[in-house]
Design a protein around this ligand. Structure first.
Ligand code: BGC
Ligand code: BGC
Length: 736
């Protein structure tokens, strides 16, 4: 009897202890207290594990890149022996088969494994969902950022980010390495299309919108990347050494990062390259003084892919991996995307702490940030997803993708051929007419874009879009084989209009660097052959950047439509624009160069004896209707200038109008761009409709970085008479 009651007692005590959560497991405790409690229970090895991120293919199959089933040996070695606290799916690192429910099962299995570790710390899983949840077959693919930027519509970017966050979380992923806050200052760069274009203000507004959308429900962490200077892309080559004067760093490159951080971005990714001969991964000035000190960032800094090791192998600023780890962690990197060799990183960092080269305080600081991130996202309480939730993302939001693609499309040239007025026969041809890989670009299913028919995301091509939306009596013919010029000519002769869909083959990162910005010659031959028939020719471009064409291309085409990399509904959206059911309103978020020799070329050049003339200016874009602007009035309030004016649609079709405001500064002690975007708005009007609009321009947008050549001071607004240009109308404002 006594034995039994002792047993019951022991059992009761154990059950009580078991049921009683430790402080860090208790969601009713303050977050900081939970983090401190957990940190206090961790060994050095466990802490260093939290600072380590591994690409999931390391845990799959038999090699670093094998997408075979999860491998028990590596699960144990990475998640238990190395205590690794974060995984990522880099481009293409997907379960097989690749569909949302498989992702849910996959991430749940990994999470369960991690939760079985001594302290049960959940994994934080990251991916690059840079235009929708683009690694997952079945998810809706949105236009790449360069296209979204052409819509000049922060609300649209925010809406897409909300849906993307839901899709990402539904597959058990908590961290999105997006948005890119680098500017696209050189289209030769293979990552130009990942940016929101060349202008700091437009990019800032869109980065902030993206961060707000991704984090709206508090279940996903956004990443502003790649801090900082990556977008300068000197020589047009990915990760080439970059030189940015401190002034330009401050007035041009910092603002989009500042905007993303102000919008609450929980994480920042460091730039793989170097700025002014210092690799960013080794720069205490950039990663700590500027990022934390000036921008007030308090979240997690993650390295980019393998970039600590590259301090030895690429940049040659460290002789050994240990030197590199010390440099980078001491500069301010909190988590290393190793991405495969967790052993060497964890072993090295532990030794560096034991040798006093990296302090345990620095480790605690990084781990505190990482645990805070995990708790902020609710991962301790809600670590899993369900197959049903994941499957719910299939076939949703196609209408939003269509709207986004249509809003981005920019009409570059049009002699009245568009919109198509009931032609009897439309001939469609060209390499991108029925090719989803070209339509979606890089970072789609695979890193370099769609590579296999077996993993094809749903989508509508231009041929399908034109066929599906064709009016009664209109025939849409697709000429698939265009190798025979005579056959192309004959088909063009018989048609009422020829739609030639051209484009770039998909690419990502350095693989997309281009020294020509040219399309293959066969693509131009198609346009020339079609034009020789005398039948009107509409060219549609699927490209991540401006392309350089010979002079006769622009003459041969009656209309040129820039569709960027429009995603799943690109074909439908192109049909909407060609048929006129959507009136194009996209405006270029970059200057379109005449030649590669002009590069780098941006609209915000400083005054000089000669001003480079682009082929098409930043902000260019045609419409099917006409807008007229009334008198512009400026009102100076305490911190801002309010511009009031009326816009009227004086044409025959409803449409949207983007109104940018460009600043011209008075003579100041330092040079400033001749023209600089300081505000914009977007309005939709029916024919005959007019609307009064106000654009608020915070005075700080007038600022310049004062001082001599090496100046690194905070931007200042000087008094003077400034001129604001709105669609060719200038208004003067005296700033006291
Ligand atoms: C890219 C990052 C990306 C990371 C993970 C790197 O090569 O520069 O933008 O987040 O890979 O895929
Ligand atoms: C991965 C990408 C990564 C790249 C970096 C690729 O193999 O899939 O996500 O950005 O390597 O080199």
């Amino acid at each position: 009897m006594a034995v039994i009651s002792t047993c019951v007692m022991v059992w009761l005590v154990l059950t009580y202890a078991w049921a009683q959560p430790l402080p860090y497991q208790d969601p009713t405790q303050p977050l900081a207290a939970r983090v401190a409690d957990l940190l206090g229970r961790m060994t050095l090895a466990e802490k260093v594990g939290q600072m380590t991120q591994v690409n999931v293919t390391r845990l799959m199959g038999r090699g670093e890149w094998d997408r075979g089933p999860l491998n028990e040996y590596w699960l144990r070695r990475i998640l238990i022996d190395n205590h690794v606290g974060s995984l990522l799916s880099g481009g293409g690192a997907a379960p097989v088969p690749n569909h949302p429910a498989a992702w849910a099962e996959f991430t749940n299995t990994l999470q369960r494994y991690a939760l079985d570790s001594r302290l049960g710390i959940p994994l934080i899983y990251g991916t690059d969902a840079v235009h929708g949840h683009n690694n997952v077959v079945g998810a809706t693919i949105y236009p790449h950022n360069i296209g979204l930027a052409a819509a000049w519509d922060p609300a649209l970017v925010e809406e897409i980010a909300v849906r993307t966050a839901r899709d990402v979380r539904a597959t058990g992923i908590h961290w999105n390495f997006a948005p890119v806050a680098d500017l696209g200052r050189d289209p030769r760069w293979g990552r130009f299309y990942e940016t929101f274009g060349e202008d700091p203000l437009l990019a800032s507004e869109l980065v902030a919108a993206s961060v707000r959308g991704l984090q709206a429900e508090g279940r996903i962490a956004a990443t502003v990347k790649h801090f900082i200077g990556y977008g300068q892309a000197s020589t047009g080559l990915d990760r080439a050494p970059t030189f940015i004067p401190p002034r330009t760093l401050r007035d041009t490159h910092l603002p989009p990062f500042a905007a993303g951080i102000q919008a609450g971005a929980l994480t920042v990714m460091a730039n793989s390259g170097s700025v002014n001969a210092v690799p960013v991964h080794a720069s205490h000035y950039l990663l700590t003084e500027v990022l934390r000190g000036e921008l007030g960032f308090t979240g997690v800094v993650v390295s980019d892919w393998n970039d600590i090791e590259k301090l030895v192998t690429v940049h040659r600023v460290a002789a050994t991996f240990a030197d590199a780890v010390a440099m980078s962690i001491n500069a301010g990197v909190d988590m290393y995307m190793v991405p495969h060799d967790a052993d060497s990183f964890t072993r090295t960092l532990i030794e560096l702490v034991e040798d006093g080269v990296v302090t345990e305080a620095r480790i605690d600081e990084a781990v505190t940030r990482i645990l805070t991130l995990k708790m902020t996202l609710g991962l301790f309480e809600d670590p899993f997803t369900t197959a049903a939730e994941a499957t719910g993302i299939v076939e949703v939001d196609r209408d939003l993708a269509r709207r986004a693609a249509a809003a981005s499309i920019t009409l570059l040239e049009n002699d009245g051929t568009l919109p198509l007025e009931s032609p009897a026969t439309i001939l469609v041809m060209g390499p991108a007419a029925a090719d989803l890989a070209m339509q979606m670009g890089g970072w789609t299913i695979g890193w370099q874009g769609i590579e296999s028919r077996a993993e094809m995301p749903p989508g509508v091509t231009v041929v399908q879009g034109l066929q599906a939306s064709a009016a009664e009596g209109v025939t849409v013919k697709h000429l698939q084989d265009t190798r025979d010029t005579a056959a192309v000519r004959a088909a063009a002769d018989e048609a009422d209009v020829v739609v030639v869909v051209l484009g770039e083959a998909p690419y990502a990162e350095g693989y997309g660097d281009s020294t020509s910005l040219a399309l293959p010659a066969e693509q131009l031959t198609l346009v020339r052959t079609a034009a020789a028939s005398g039948t009107p020719v509409v060219v549609v471009l699927f490209a991540g950047r401006p392309l350089v064409f010979p002079e006769d291309f622009w003459q041969a085409a009656n209309a040129v439509v820039m569709a960027y990399l429009p995603g799943s509904e690109g074909g439908t959206a192109v049909a909407d624009v060609l048929y006129g059911t959507h009136n194009p309103a996209g405006r270029l978020p970059f200057a379109w160069p005449r030649s590669v020799g002009q590069l780098p070329l941006t609209y915000d050049a400083l005054p000089g004896p000669q001003t480079p003339e682009p082929l098409l200016p930043f902000g260019h874009g045609l419409s099917y209707t006409r807008f007229t602007l009334g008198r512009v009035e400026a009102e100076l309030t305490s911190g801002a200038i309010a511009l009031h004016f009326e816009v009227a649609n004086t044409g025959e079709r409803s449409g949207s109008k983007v109104v940018p405001v460009f600043l011209e500064r008075p003579p100041l002690p330092v040079m400033a761009p001749v023209r600089q975007l300081v505000g914009f708005t977007r309005v939709t009007l029916n024919p005959g409709e007019r609307q009064r609009l106000t654009i608020n321009i915070p005075l700080k947008r007038l600022s310049v970085v004062l001082g001599d050549v090496l100046s690194d001071t905070a931007p200042t607004v000087l008094p003077g008479v400034y001129t604001l240009h709105v669609e060719g109308v200038g208004v003067r404002v005296t700033v006291p």
